[in-house]
Design a protein around this ligand. Sequence first.
Ligand code: FO1
Length: 332
Amino acid sequence: MTRCGSVNEMPSPIVVLSGGGGGARLAGALSGGAKGRPLVVVTNTGDDFEHLGLLICPDTDSVLYTLSGKIDPQRGWGRAEESWLVFDELKNIAGPSWFQVGDKDLALHLLRASVLSEGQGLVEATHTLARQLKVPDTVIVVPATESPVRTHVLTDRGRMAFQEYFVGQRCEPVLEHVVYEGVDAASPSQRLVDLLNEHGTHEIDVVLGPSNPFLSLGPILDIPGMVSLLRQQARHVVAVSPIIGARALKGPAAKIMSELGLPVSAAGWTLWMNERYPELVDIWVWDEADEGLANSDALESFDIRTTSTVMSDPAIAHQFGAWLLEACASEC
Ligand code: FO1
């Protein structure tokens, strides 16, 4: 089946699946540079959790903050020019201090709680917050699902919720298995389904950000119906490797691959993704540092393209975004 060469007069969206800092940075790189094409950013909800009685949505918020120019670029999460008065006082009165919530960030969590309590669902609430934060209106940020999907990890220290593993234990436990609690009962958010179905089949392009496949993309792609929805609507699905050399630029992707007994390389990631989500990806984007690995027999039938994928500053990230848009539009 060829999915290439669609001739569509109307601008069809670029859809980015985003989790963690890499996905948010890529969404930022593609926003504004999409040559009139709207950008839809589908966010991972597996990291969401209740803290201090508030729903915290870290991956959605990293996208909102990145797209509104408010992200702290060093940390890659939370607000730039943050203050910590509430957090410091929480510590003084023996409140929970393992998860740091800054004052400006707290304001967003309070606003989300307020609109949710007024009856908005997570998707509508995210849209409201995006407008309040002044995310450009050419970008739609949409949580992958309205249903509660929560990532849990099984480790050598037992089972724990994602943030307990990621922040509380700094990803130190050896990971044995990942579970997306609630995923079997979940479905893609209706807003996402509508956005994708507004266009004919094979008109949108889908980009899987350089996000952790187990912790960030899995909770999106494992939602029943998600892969078939994307595949049915996409002209091209392009996946960006989170592994460069034998490392992940940030986060535990390489450590987890090694703990799961997978080869830690762009090739290992490609073969695992293809086995886990067969026929989903058309174009595999690797960093140019890994070019030499693409010649293996096991990868003969894969469309692997290499470029500099390190989004070290906004200008370089935009160059990579422009390159990706060209790749989406190319024949495969
Ligand atoms: N990450 C940390 O390493 N430590 C924190 O205390 C922390 C607080 C935090 C608060 C709000 C938020 O949106 C994100 C926060 N993160 C923190 C990042 C978050 O745990 C991870 O980036 C994602 O869940 C992984 O993608």
